[in-house]
Design a protein. Structure first.
Length: 616
């Protein structure tokens, strides 16, 4: 077994996260703060420890006073390792003629009119891309048997095996993996059929390589975290919990781990407040994550781009920008005010933290503008220094109001990406604001988009950790379907895939879905049944062609078991009461709410603050 794989869990059997007899804790590590919430509703917020995020998690658990039976964890380790290019040294084994696909990519340019825009560098340099003989046809039938193993270059930690049409037959990939295990037992081997068994060779190869690149570092980290609780589950980008040992083998599925918990909790808060359709706005110290909720449920996506790379794995539909409380403000070479994406993070943090930061940030601007009370204590920091904030703004030659206006505009644009760019009217959607800084800026964004209400849930500053605590145990399976016109066969194959998924999560409910498209289209739509495709296509794209041929491209199955504890089960702590008319500040333990002039704040369903325009 590869040495980079994580240690086994501390218990001989892994308990389920929905066992009511356990002491449950959710822990979310962000770039600036780490949030810990337990099933008694207690919240502990402390500064993150970027060098080893598990240190802050351990400190948060220690502050709770008892060792948890089960830890539900949202981690940024995979995301940061990919963004900072701190992963393993990976070799790629590909079918002859396909080794350069990760660099050739697709003809679509990310910035069409930018002559200086560069594609992200491939995670595997040319000298470590190895080609092998052996070939399958487009139906997965063998044309040529697998050839000899290539020579693995010195210094390689991990190998990604991605062979042509392995999404239809994994036999050749298994053959190479078994020989690698014998000849190179220290290498960590990732095969594409284990990670992303879907067609489109470029996306499948990149996803497989990313998984191999991240597995050693994530495996070691999760092995460290395993010592903090009797059992550890990790949230995937799709919003479901996996045992840590399984998550360590599929780190590419963890790239939106923490944000997915926030979207899940935000959806629950929106439903409870009477707004089944909403946009979630999670503004932390380093970034802002925007999600979409329709009919009370987070919208899914089959693929996301992270660090410029397509990751073809199930995910919640989340758009992330580099805008947070710690985002640094400066004047660029053209004399314009820019805010982010660079962040002061937890070290040194904003100038007002008094930890050595000298550059102005959004938090400094909010403090100077009076949106954060000058005497409000911050976790791990004590009282903030307004003098240090003013000095940092003056030193950089920027004004607090301008900093806030720029970051608000960036977040407004992020909400537009998730709404108007998809044909959705933001005037029909509420804005769920959370994270330590989200409620400070939400009303300005809702005003700009004429959104009807802002919802600030209880424990808003630690809502992602709450979402982790209340997320379901979940597994997703996907398979390419090689006979697009055979709808009956696809339905039967989906039934078998659902049965396979049910064995992975005992006592789970199972949903199947189909990736469909019209003949000649190059994109698919995931639908609950082939028969519903025309209607779903009309709702999503504004037109349908009922007489056109429908192709089934892939099959999906999701096994999900709802946890015993929900957000409604958590003790509220100090109940919210009364109403506030802006302009005013509503200070809470884990976040601060800015109610501008013309807005009114009162308690609504689920204990959330509901902010509406006073004039409406």
């Amino acid at each position: 077994m590869p040495t980079s794989r994580p240690a086994p869990p501390r218990r001989s059997s892994t308990p389920s996260p929905d066992d009511p007899s356990l002491v449950l804790v959710g822990a979310d590590t962000g770039g600036t703060f780490t949030d810990v919430v337990d099933d008694r509703g207690r919240v502990h917020k402390l500064l993150s420890t970027p060098d080893d995020p598990s240190v802050a998690v351990g400190a948060g658990l220690a502050a709770m006073g008892e060792r948890p039976s089960l830890l539900a964890h949202g981690t940024t380790v995979a995301t940061n390792a990919l963004l900072e290019r701190r992963g393993a040294s990976v070799a790629l084994i590909a079918t002859t003629g396909f080794a350069d696909i990760i660099e050739i990519a697709r003809q679509v340019r990310p910035s069409l009119y930018d002559q200086f825009a560069d594609r992200p560098e491939p995670l595997v340099p040319r000298e470590r891309r190895l080609e092998v003989s052996g070939r399958l046809d487009a139906h997965g039938r063998e044309l040529e048997p697998p050839g000899p193993l290539p020579v693995i270059p010195a210094g390689v930690d991990a190998v990604a095996v991605c062979l042509l049409h392995a999404d239809l037959s994994a036999d050749h990939e298994r053959d190479f993996a078994s020989r690698l295990a014998v000849d190179h037992p220290a290498l960590d081997v990732t095969c594409s059929h284990e990670v992303s068994p879907e067609f489109r060779e470029y996306e499948r190869t990149v996803t497989t390589v990313a998984n191999a690149y991240l597995r050693p570092i994530c495996g070691q980290y999760l092995a460290n975290v395993a010592g903090l609780a009797d059992s550890v589950f990790v949230l995937t980008s799709a919003g479901g919990l996996l045992p840590a040992t399984e998550a360590a083998m599929l780190p590419a599925a963890l790239l939106l781990s923490g944000p997915a918990g926030g979207v899940r909790a935000g959806a629950a808060a929106a439903r409870a407040a009477g707004f089944p359709d909403a946009v979630t706005l999670d503004m932390g110290g380093t970034s802002t994550d925007v999600g979409l909720v329709l009919d009370g449920e987070p919208e899914p996506a089959v693929q996301r781009r992270v660090a410029g790379l397509p990751i073809r794995l199930p995910s919640l539909d989340i758009h992330t920008i580099g805008a947070g409380g710690g985002s640094v403000a400066s004047i660029d070479a053209g004399g314009a005010l820019v805010v982010g994406p660079r962040s002061a993070g937890a070290r040194p943090g904003p100038a007002c933290y008094g930890r050595g930061g000298i550059e102005p940030t959004v938090t400094d601007a909010d403090l100077v503008l009076g949106r954060i009370p000058a005497d409000a204590p911050f976790p791990d920091l004590g009282v903030l220094s307004i003098d240090a904030a003013r000095a940092a703004l003056a030193r950089a030659g920027v004004e607090a109001a301008g900093v806030v206006a720029v970051v608000d505009a960036a977040m407004e644009q992020a909400v537009r990406v998730m709404t108007t760019a998809r044909g959705l009217d933001p005037r029909q959607l509420a804005l769920v604001a959370f994270g330590g800084a989200g409620p400070l800026h939400a009303c300005a964004i809702a005003d700009a988009l004429d959104m009807p209400a802002v919802i600030v849930p209880p424990r808003a500053g630690a809502l992602s950790a709450v979402g982790l605590l209340c997320s379901p145990r979940q597994r997703e399976l996907v398979r390419s379907w090689p006979a697009p016109a055979d709808h009956n066969g696809a339905v039967e194959a989906a039934r078998r895939l659902g049965a396979e998924a049910s064995t992975l999560v005992p006592d789970a409910s199972v949903d199947v879905a189909f990736d469909c498209r019209y003949g000649g289209q190059s994109h698919e739509l995931t639908v609950s049944s082939v028969a519903s495709f025309h209607d779903d296509h009309g709702r999503r794209n504004g037109f349908s062609r009922p007489d056109a041929e429908v192709e089934v491209i892939a099959l999906r199955a999701t096994a999900r078991r709802a946890p015993a504890i929900t957000i409604d089960d958590l003790p509220v702590g100090t109940p919210r009461a009364g109403a506030h008319v802006g302009p005013c500040v509503v200070a809470e333990v884990d976040s601060t709410i800015w109610v501008p002039a013309g807005w009114r704040c009162e308690v609504g369903g689920g204990g959330s603050w509901i902010l509406r325009r006073s004039r409406s």
